[in-house]
Design a protein around this ligand. Structure first.
Ligand code: NDP
Length: 333
């Protein structure tokens, strides 16, 4: 598959160019807001064509798919243009800044018959798939609660728009809560019905929150706790799923690398659970390419992007208002 990159970003540079190439993809073009940046980026990553003109890149008939990793406020317009040009679209999270934009992207992709995926990498991790299998096999019994620990120390080189630009979709909620939302949806196979939350600026965020904690109610009765932050230098990520027959303790799994450890605790004692260590991003790209080829739904679809955004926006609204937010999933989801 021939790809155009839209956005000359860190994530494309660190993970996605390699993941696309590892699946036999060719990265043919990169489009950026800055011609110099695009040219340097193309040279560094051995990409034959670069420029600032998205329409020109989309007019290239050899380009079959675009990977969008620009700042968040650009995702919607760039995806709509790519879909209109008949390209498959793998878009970074958050899919868009508003639910109306996300719905428009999904409807356009359906009408055009192209695949629309969102790059929620965590559901593609061997660790998370092993947790899902453990829950589905009933080894935890009825799930009572799930706690997600996703506080990190934002690396120096990413301390830009995420921390001071609400217009670009900055803040920890659009950045990390969306990932937690997708992970919880994937693990429990259900969507929250209400959320309460608080958020804070605890040292990095300027005009946007850099930390949030929220509690979600699930239709099954399970309770979910989600913690995300940019400002925590010494913590470890992880999650815990607690059921009537067992608990699963996952350490270091809210990560970009296939790392961490899983421990199952039941009446029989404690045991380590093995899991597949394939690259998360390669698995995500392989799933997306399969969907584009077959016309099936991507493993993280536009709808998954819409729902993770819906949950994250409810968390932000709950934190801003101090009021419990009810989530209603109508026909539009
Ligand atoms: P970056 O800040 O690295 O890149 C975002 C944009 O900033 C680029 O597209 C580019 O704009 C501009 N930019 C970056 N460096 C330069 C430079 N040296 N000179 C000029 N412009 C520059 O963001 P990230 O890679 O961290 O994030 C990009 C997207 O990916 C976001 O939507 C984010 O949410 C998502 N993301 C997803 C992850 C995942 O695991 N799924 C992990 C990290 C990020 P232009 O578009 O004009 O080229």
């Amino acid at each position: 598959m021939n790809w155009a990159l839209v956005g000359a970003s860190t994530i494309a540079s660190q993970y996605m160019i390699g993941a696309l190439r590892a699946q036999g993809g060719t990265v043919r073009r990169v489009v950026s807001g800055s011609a110099d940046h695009a040219a340097r980026y193309a040279q560094e990553h051995d990409i034959p064509h670069s420029g600032t003109d998205l329409d020109a890149a989309l007019a290239d008939e050899a380009v079959e798919a675009v990977y969008i990793s620009s700042t968040n406020e650009k995702h919607h317009a760039q995806a709509m243009a790519a879909i209109a040009a008949g390209k498959h679209v793998l878009c970074e999270k958050p899919l868009a800044l508003s639910l109306a934009e996300a719905r428009e992207m999904i409807a356009a992709a359906e009408a055009a018959g192209v695949a629309l995926g969102v790059n929620h990498h965590l559901r593609h991790a061997g660790s998370h798939r092993a947790i899902r299998e453990t829950i589905a096999a009933g080894r935890l019994g009825r799930v009572l609660s799930l706690r997600v620990f996703h506080a990190v120390h934002l690396p120096e080189h990413l301390r830009g728009w995420r921390l001071d630009n609400p217009g670009a979709g900055g803040g920890v909620i659009p950045d990390i809560t969306v990932h937690n939302a997708d992970t919880v949806r994937f693990l429990l196979q259900e969507d929250p019905i209400s959320v309460v939350a608080q958020s804070a600026s605890s040292g990095m965020g300027q005009g946007v929150e850099d930390s949030a904690m929220s509690v979600w109610s699930m239709p099954s009765g399970a309770m979910v706790f989600s913690h995300e932050s940019f400002t925590h230098p010494y913590t470890t990520s992880g999650l815990e799923v607690h059921g009537t027959e067992g608990s699963l303790i996952a350490r270091g799994v809210m990560a970009q690398e296939p790392e961490g450890a899983l421990e199952l605790v039941t009446a029989d004692g404690r045991s380590a659970l093995p899991f597949d260590k394939t690259s998360l991003y390669e698995t995500a790209v392989a799933g997306f390419m399969r969907a584009a080829r077959t016309g099936k739904t991507p493993s993280a679809s536009g709808r998954d992007g819409l729902l993770s955004l819906m949950i994250a926006l409810a968390v932000r609204q709950a934190a801003d208002s101090g009021q419990c937010q009810t989530l209603e999933y109508g026909a539009a989801t």
